[in-house]
Design a binder for this molecule. Structure first.
Ligand code: RET
Length: 251
């Protein structure tokens, strides 16, 4: 990496730490603004950003020990950058994000449970299958694990579109559009990850042991998928809480 590439990674991780810290405060301080039945979803948003805050802090530290900057020269210290923080972060947060989307829909207990188990389980499998590819340097190995991880990934995207699409049609008018938006933001933001993963395989890389474009790409995706998405879920909860009040007044 040259200095500008190093700075790009350094500043994006730093921006991630600030965003996730601020988002955690926002979610937890605003829980009382929504009806009690949606508070768990908002609590989970804050847990997701807190877990990310911690992991981004550790990645930032890890970057600092893996590289040494002297003047305009960036060199590797020999201490490896720890990519596992990112995958452990996903392992914890991705099933929580899926749970959040399902909870805010307010489905029956049985439907909630079965959707959390199947989508959460597929999310865990997707991350576990991606990791051996992420740490591999040859393209063949990366493509193999990418393809295997794409199987649960496509299953999740398919289920969100068809299964949840059907539940969305039963949602109150005020929240329907927002829930649809949340589902679409989930799908689009999730699609960034497998694309970022293939950057080194299509020649978008830099000299040295880490790929700055992959790091920045995952960071942008994480900010959208965790903090941006959390704000959307919060808006849905606010809209649905207002819809309950309307019903109560009408009755
Ligand atoms: C990997 C490996 C290559 C193939 C696929 C992947 C998908 C990753 C995804 C991650 C989503 C992370 C989120 C984090 C937010 O907290 C593992 C890169 C399909 C979809 C939403």
């Amino acid at each position: 990496m040259d200095l500008s590439q190093y700075s790009l990674v350094y500043n994006s991780l730093s921006f991630g730490i600030a965003t996730f810290g601020a988002a955690t405060a926002f979610f937890w301080l605003n829980r009382s603004q929504v009806d009690s039945r949606y508070r768990t979803a908002i609590t989970i948003s804050g847990i997701v950003t807190l877990v990310a805050f911690y992991h981004y802090f550790r990645m930032f530290e890890s970057l600092g020990s893996a590289f040494e900057v002297k003047g305009a020269k960036v060199s590797e210290t020999g201490v490896p950058f720890n990519d596992a923080y990112r995958y452990v972060d996903w392992l914890l947060t991705v099933p929580l994000l899926v749970t959040e989307l399902i909870l805010v829909m307010g489905l029956s207990a049985a439907e909630t449970r079965s959707r959390v188990v199947s989508l959460g389980g597929a999310a865990v499998l997707m991350i576990l299958l991606g990791y051996p590819g992420e740490v591999a340097t040859d393209s063949g190995t990366r493509w193999l694990w990418w393809a295997l991880s794409m199987v649960p990934f496509l299953y999740i995207v398919y289920t969100l579109y068809t299964g949840l699409g059907e539940s969305i049609s039963r949602q109150p008018e005020a929240a329907k559009g927002l829930i649809e938006l949340a589902r679409n933001v989930t799908i689009v933001s999730w699609c960034f990850y497998p694309i970022v993963f293939i950057l080194p395989m299509i020649g978008i890389a830099a000299a040295g042991s880490i790929n700055p474009y992959v790091q920045v790409g995952y960071t942008i995706s994480d900010i959208i998928a965790k903090a941006g998405y959390g704000v959307l879920i919060y808006q849905i909860a606010v809209a649905k809480s207002a819809a309950h009040v309307d019903h109560a007044v009408a009755a």
